[in-house]
Design a protein around this ligand. Structure first.
Ligand SMILES: Nc1ncnc2c1ncn2[C@@H]1O[C@H](COP(=O)(O)OP(=O)(O)OP(=O)(O)O)[C@@H](O)[C@H]1O
Ligand SMILES: Cc1ncc(CO)c(N)n1
Length: 518
């Protein structure tokens, strides 16, 4: 036995033994997607090659059973299988060979969870199991831990007419479960009416899983997908009811999301990955960086930023800016502390806590060294621009989610690292540069690395949220970028200065001189 067999696997090793569907909605393709959607490592052995699409089955080829045996042995000679899902067996011989393989696994002391979806007829009405194979499928059911028939399949298994009502179906399931000693998940997809319930019928009684019927034709492969989900989940869930409740809720969502796939013009497939909306999307920060391209160019073009870079900025304008920045950073630090408090991981918690401390420490030191007048270091009046930015951040912290807050605080890292890097590259040698200390601080690769870490945390947050939240994150980010632009612009003494300041400055505290008037 290899060390890998002894160690606990990170994922359930799940094997599908089933037929194919080149359009990916049913059979092995559906099983593998369903395994992945439930965190399992998927494997597959092909029983039958089926030419089918969302309209129906065109041709079926069942390879020699020797090839099936060889596939199954290739898997079990090499891999410990934790869960097996058996779908289309096609012929009596295939069903018999799968049963024999299960017996060989048991003889080796292996006891994978076995879910049997007794596929007999496709949703299109085409037969997928020869009639003489039906008794062999019953023999397979005896070896399974769970059988998942739809109503017509259940009728065949008990050799009775198709149940006309849900109570009749439950009664058939009860009798079949007793007869073969295997739990039955009877599926209500073929009922008519506003509901599509399933029920688990076994030794522990009947557990029903209610669900509204989704008004859709995207139900191709629902049975395959459900049985594969059950196989993937059972090894890592306490019992069948827990696994079934979870699989059913997931499947209902997958059915509802199926139409949007636009796959085929018949009965379309379900969206197995509907619960992972961020999958395959561009990272959030790439998307919003493009959204603020105009703001970034406007920042670079600001007379204030250009003059800061080439050293021609009047010192009073720089001090004016730094003073507002000190006032800003004091509140920004509070918002970072809030992000730390709400953070979902120790990494994020530590990052934002250190960020809060750094604002009050490293960056404030620049202000203290720079701002000769003590009243500008420790107090003073926020300009309207500063207040608007801080109010946006504080409001986001008060009302928004963690994801929105981190999106709102990101521009302060990222835009500064971006501007700083370019100013440093343009200035080249900072020796003798009047604002060399400022440029060195924000142009530092160390600061760029912190901005990159902030970006990664924002992308982590974006992966876990729905579309509405993602939009709110983008809004918070863009708004902060707009405030950053206005913030740089506010201290420019000449043309190009944002002039909303004079009109909207914060009320002057008694005895205080407004910044704009100094
Ligand atoms: N329109 C629907 N809305 C919600 N759930 C549905 C709908 N149709 C089927 N289901 C669910 O999908 C699962 C499969 O049910 P169904 O009885 O259709 O099995 P099946 O016939 O084996 O599926 P397949 O279409 O793969 O052959 C069950 O959980 C059932 O309740
Ligand atoms: C291969 C295969 N298995 C199962 C079904 C039932 O949907 C199907 N259509 N095709």
């Amino acid at each position: 036995m290899s060390p890998a067999d002894v160690a606990r696997p990170r994922r359930v090793r799940a094997l599908s033994i089933a037929g194919t569907d080149p359009t990916g909605g049913a059979g092995i393709a559906a099983d593998l997607k369903s395994f992945a959607a439930h965190g399992a490592y998927g494997m597959a052995a092909v029983t039958a090659v089926v030419a089918q699409n969302t309209h129906g089955v065109r041709a079926v080829h069942v390879p020699d059973v020797e090839l099936l045996d060889a596939q199954l042995d290739a898997v079990s000679d090499d891999v410990v299988v934790d869960a097996v899902k058996i779908g289309m067996t096609a012929t009596a011989q295939v069903a018999q060979h799968v049963a024999a393989w299960l017996d060989r696994e048991r003889a080796r002391g292996r006891t994978p969870v076995v879910v049997l979806d007794p596929v007999m007829v496709a949703s299109s009405g085409d037969r997928l199991l020869s009639r003489d194979a039906e008794s062999r499928v019953r023999a397979l059911a005896v070896r399974a831990d769970l059988v998942t028939p739809n109503l017509p399949e259940l009728a065949v298994l008990v050799d009775e007419p198709v149940a006309a009502t849900w109570p009749m179906a439950l009664d058939q399931a009860r009798r079949f479960a007793d007869r073969c000693g295997t739990a039955v998940l009877v599926k209500g997809g073929h009922l008519t009416g506003p509901a599509s319930p399933d029920a688990l019928v076994g030794a522990a009684g009947v557990v029903e899983f209610a669900a509204d019927r989704v008004a859709t034709t995207s139900t191709h492969g629902t049975g395959c997908s459900l049985s594969a989900a059950l196989a993937a989940l059972r090894p890592v869930r306490a019992d069948w009811p827990t696994a079934a409740r979870e699989a059913k809720a997931w499947l209902t969502g997958a059915i509802a999301a199926g139409d949007a796939l636009l796959v085929g013009s018949g009965a379309g497939p379900v969206d197995h990955l509907h619960h992972l909306p961020a999958l395959g999307r561009r990272p959030f920060t790439d998307e919003v960086w493009d959204e603020v391209a105009a703001i970034r160019s406007a920042c670079d073009a600001l007379p204030f930023v250009r003059a800061l870079g080439d050293g021609t900025l009047p010192l009073t304008a720089f001090e004016d800016y730094l003073h507002q920045d000190a006032l800003y950073l004091a509140d920004y630090a509070r918002v970072l502390a809030h992000a730390s408090q709400a953070a979902p991981s120790p990494t994020a918690q530590g990052f934002f806590a250190r960020g809060a401390a750094a604002c009050l420490d490293v960056e404030q030191r620049l202000h203290e060294a720079r701002l000769a007048r003590a009243d500008r270091r420790t107090g003073g009046v926020r300009s309207a621009v500063t207040r608007a930015y801080v109010d946006h951040l504080l409001a986001t912290a008060a009302r928004g989610s963690y994801a929105e807050v981190v999106a709102a605080v990101l521009p302060c890292y990222w835009l500064y690292a971006d501007v700083g890097m370019r100013l440093l590259a343009r200035a080249g040698d900072l020796a003798g540069h009047p604002y060399g200390d400022w440029i060195a601080l924000y142009g530092d690769p160390e600061f760029a690395a912190r901005a990159a870490q902030a970006r990664a945390l924002v992308d982590d947050a974006a992966r876990g949220v729905d579309e509405t939240q993602r939009r709110l994150m983008a809004e918070a980010f863009v708004r902060s970028c707009e405030h950053e632009l206005a913030f740089f612009a506010q201290s420019w003494p000449g043309p190009g200065r944002h002039d909303e300041r004079a009109a909207g400055d914060e009320a002057v505290a008694p005895g205080r001189v407004p910044v704009a008037a100094t």
